[in-house]
Ligand binder design. Structure first.
Ligand code: CO8
Length: 260
């Protein structure tokens, strides 16, 4: 697929996907969502890629939400359909099997915050602002915001953000556990890259199973989660990476993981 609204750059084990509609603060229209979906399918199948960074073009915005021009045309039926389609793209990101890091370089509002929350880790520039302003448009979050925000920061904070539509700054977002780290804007991409490469240097299967255990475990009961963890631990024990990781420790050398 030829991409017109995103940029996809691959360097070694790392891919950087940049939403590239700076004139509208990288708002997510249907075409952009299709391109993001296509790119993530490509990255999922590309065994050379071990980590992905998602960011936005320009210095002002990560993603300022779904495209309000399109939302203004939705009926009940098409609104439901597009919410489902958007949710499927975010589910693809969340279940990619490799870490996706959101590098939040400015506004992450509405669908922008929702896509950042579908990523596994979030780093923000100090000037970033995040929020779920949908209520100001007479709608509610539709790309999973009511669900992922409450899971990340708790019902109380999520309810406040969703009902007021207020934006909060990067420091406050960090304080409530919505983002992992705040850095000066000029250090954002390098910090995200360093984190991505640190995780990419681990055993890819262990990384995948760890994400699965945390994410799927949170959807069910504690006994179900513990059972899942034990089964995935057992799967790890069958890998070459486990043999290499434990041997390397015992031989006092650095492990060289192969992802198998
Ligand atoms: N959609 C379309 N265009 C946008 C959007 C957007 N979300 N955000 C900004 N733009 C456009 C502006 O219209 C403007 O265009 P133009 O230059 O042609 O007038 C350009 O981007 C620059 O924006 P501003 O002039 O407004 O820049 P400011 O610095 O003054 O303000 C803000 C920046 C505060 C980010 C402001 O642009 C804003 O409030 N944007 C809208 C934020 C918002 O409400 N986001 C939520 C959208 S709804 C949503 O995301 C729902 C997700 C689930 C949908 C499920 C079904 C599909």
């Amino acid at each position: 697929m030829e991409y017109t609204n995103i940029l996809l750059e691959k360097t070694g084990a790392l891919a950087i996907l940049t939403v590239n509609r700076p004139k509208v603060l990288n708002a997510l229209n249907k075409k952009t969502m299709q391109e993001i979906e296509c790119a993530f399918f490509e990255l999922k199948d590309d065994d050379s890629i071990k980590a992905v960074i998602l960011t936005g073009s320009g210095e002002k915005a990560f993603i300022a939400g779904a495209d309000i021009n399109e939302i203004s045309t939705y009926s009940a039926t098409s609104g439901t359909r597009f919410a489902h389609q958007g949710q499927a793209v975010l589910d693809l990101i969340e279940n990619l099997g490799k870490p996706v890091i959101a590098a939040i370089n400015g506004y992450a509002l509405g669908g922008g915050l929702e896509i950042a929350m579908a990523c596994h880790l979030r780093i923000a520039a100090a000037n970033a602002k995040v929020g779920q302003p949908e209520i100001n448009l007479g709608v509610i979050p539709g790309f999973g915001g009511t669900q992922r925000l409450a899971r990340l920061v708790g019902e109380n904070r999520a309810m406040e953000l969703v009902l007021t539509g207020d934006q909060i700054g990067a420091d406050e977002a960090y304080r409530i556990g919505l983002i992992n780290k705040v850095v000066p804007g000029e250090e954002l991409l390098e910090t995200a890259k360093a984190l991505a490469m640190k995780i990419a240097s681990k055993g890819a299967l262990a990384v995948r199973y760890a994400m699965e255990a945390v994410h799927l475990g949170l959807q069910g009961t504690l006994p179900d989660g513990l059972n899942l963890e034990a089964n995935l631990f057992g799967l790890c024990c069958a890998t070459e990476d486990k043999r290499e990781g434990t041997q390397a420790f015992l031989e006092k050398r650095k492990a060289n993981f192969k992802g198998c």
